[in-house]
Design a protein around this ligand. Structure first.
Ligand SMILES: [Zn+2]
Length: 157
């Protein structure tokens, strides 16, 4: 949701908001990507091909992808919105992984906030994500509402 709104705010939603929709769909996939990217899907045993929470959980990599994709949004690159959504989802995943003991390798070694065990505060994590989404949506929503009111006033005059 956050990625979709940021794409719209960057003026890159495009016709029928396809950019925002692509960012949303890619964001859903990106939200679980750090975990499924470490599974060897091509092998029958589906074991991990690298250590859990290593390269696929590298914060700097996800952040750079996000920044680069955001930059591409301004150049109307067709892949910018989905890549931006995917990276946004990946970063949200890392933020959700960060508080539990295993932690996340943001730059080099894993770091943990050590706030709770994995899975014990999911409701809080989801609530915080929605709060973040609300903060991002608010200015856009306000502008739309203003636009709508302006239209209504012009209509009823
Ligand atoms: Zn993870």
């Amino acid at each position: 949701m956050i990625a979709a709104v940021l794409v719209a705010r960057a003026g890159a939603a495009g016709i029928w908001n396809i950019g925002s929709l692509a960012a949303f769909a890619a964001g859903v996939a990106g939200g679980t990507a750090p975990d499924w990217l470490e599974v060897a899907w091509w092998s029958r045993k589906r074991r991990l091909w690298i250590a859990h929470r290593s390269a696929t959980h590298w914060g700097l990599g996800w952040a750079l992808a996000l920044i680069y994709a955001y930059h591409l949004l301004g150049h109307a690159h067709p892949l910018a919105a989905p890549v931006f959504g995917f990276a946004c989802g990946g970063l949200m995943h890392l933020l959700a992984d960060w508080p539990n003991p295993l932690g996340v390798p943001w730059i080099w070694r894993r770091h943990s906030l050590n706030w709770w065990k994995s899975g014990s505060c999911d409701v809080l994590v989801v609530a915080l994500a929605w709060a973040g989404a609300a903060c991002v949506v608010w200015p856009l929503w306000g502008a739309r509402a203003e636009h709508l009111m302006y239209g209504l006033r012009a209509f009823t005059r």
